[in-house]
Design a protein around this ligand. Structure first.
Ligand SMILES: *[C@@H]1O[C@H](CO)[C@@H](O)[C@H](O)[C@H]1NC(C)=O
Ligand SMILES: *[C@@H]1O[C@H](CO)[C@@H](O)[C@H](O)[C@H]1NC(C)=O
Ligand SMILES: *[C@@H]1O[C@H](CO)[C@@H](O)[C@H](O)[C@H]1NC(C)=O
Length: 365
């Protein structure tokens, strides 16, 4: 067979089926390309809608009116939080905001990740309960980690660490004058704090002081390791960057005064309310005895106390700076700074320094 006749045979016998196959697969490919194009178009449309939605929910060019604000007070146990929340509950009707308690099962201070997500979702999406103050014995939850557009305002109060521990110790035994008939966990136990420390009991281990640092540090594992140096730094970081205001139990009136001027939509009238309600609100742990000098030395020699105290002092210094810039005594404004730092003064309303900025050169006219 010559080359020419071979070609002819092939053409005749195979060309038609090959052509059919080629044409058919061409149709299939075209169809698939068409479907893919459609999919891409659908996706682009969905994306466009989403982009538009993002724009309308607040970008620099097209801002949405701000949502009513949320405040979270993740209160540390035995820091005067009940007195403070009494003021908030007294004011909520007059100042038109909601107050909600976050009750965690078994009083746990930390939540699982899914539970944090639920909490963040519920708090930010519950529009009928805005504006609101949420309070609960819960470690700091970083709302930004959950992709929330408008995270709440955090506030808190800390107390001298040993005072807080002693207060808690007696609270478990004798309760307080707030709910005197509630049965406490250690009711009937007459051991004093001094005796407890002397006997080296678990309950009075300085490790138990490790509470204010983890509350400010948050949910990371290291936050809850007593003595962890990173946790102390993180607590300071959150205090400065993620808390609006943190006061101290020892100067509760000034904390309330600053809030009255800095967040008036919630706290207008709060100072007067604290004074009026003091009898009702000041919650005193019953039968608390001051620890002996020996006990104080024993506790203060621990590393955990040193770190918790460092954190407390950091908060205190920061709070005093905020106070000096914001408040004046109404009577004499000359030595305002000293006057505001005096403890045990008679209850009185503090005035505000006032606005020290204004806008100008506003263009275009
Ligand atoms: C939290 O809820 C539990 C169960 O309903 C209740 O027993 C407890 O008293 C609540 N805690 C507070 C502080 O109200
Ligand atoms: C909280 O969120 C869950 C869904 O995660 C929802 O079922 C529930 O109704 C929400 N509760 C409130 C009070 O918004
Ligand atoms: C408190 O202490 C006093 C005197 O030590 C005692 O008489 C009283 O019973 C104590 N109160 C309680 C609730 O145990």
């Amino acid at each position: 067979m010559t080359a020419g006749s071979w070609m002819r045979t092939l053409t005749r016998s195979s060309f038609v089926p090959i052509l059919v196959v080629l044409v058919f697969s061409g149709i299939v490919i075209q169809q698939q390309v068409f479907l893919l194009r459609q999919r891409v178009e659908n996706l682009e449309m969905a994306l466009g809608v989403e982009r538009a939605a993002t724009r309308s929910s607040g970008s620099l060019l097209n801002p949405k009116p701000a949502q009513a604000p949320l405040v979270i007070y993740n209160r540390v146990p035995k820091t005067g939080s009940t007195s403070f929340m009494g003021v908030a509950y007294d004011l909520c009707t007059k100042n038109s905001f909601h107050v909600l308690h976050i009750n965690t099962t078994k009083n746990s201070h930390v939540l699982s990740l899914p539970d944090q997500a639920r909490l963040v979702h519920n708090i930010t999406e519950w529009v009928e309960k805005r504006p609101a103050i949420y309070h609960g014995h819960l470690a700091y939850v970083d709302f930004n980690r959950f992709g929330v557009a408008d995270p709440p305002i955090y506030i808190n109060i800390v107390r001298r660490p040993l005072d807080r521990m002693v207060s808690y110790y007696y609270f478990l035994r004798y309760g307080d004058d707030f709910r005197p008939h509630l049965k406490r966990r250690k009711k009937g136990d007459k051991m004093t704090f001094d005796e407890c420390v002397e006997s080296g009991l678990q309950e009075c281990d300085p490790k138990n002081l490790w509470l204010q640092i983890p509350f400010f540090c948050g949910h990371a594992a290291a936050c809850w390791e007593p003595g962890n140096a990173w946790a102390l730094e993180q607590a300071k970081h959150n205090l400065v960057h993620n808390y609006f205001l943190v006061g101290v139990t020892e100067e509760l009136e000034d904390f309330v005064a600053i809030l009255e001027y800095a967040l008036p939509s919630f706290f207008k009238g709060a100072q007067q309310q604290l004074i009026d309600g003091n009898k009702g609100h000041l919650r005193k742990t019953s039968n608390k005895t001051t620890p002996s000098a020996r006990t104080v030395v024993a506790i203060q020699s621990s590393e955990v106390w040193r770190m918790e105290n460092e954190f407390y002092e950091f908060v205190l210094e920061n709070f005093h700076a905020v106070k000096r810039r914001a408040l004046v005594l109404q009577s004499n404004s000359d030595d305002e700074a000293d006057a505001t730092l005096t403890r045990d003064r008679v209850p009185e309303i503090m005035a505000e320094v006032g606005q020290k900025f204004h806008f100008e050169k506003i263009r275009p006219k």
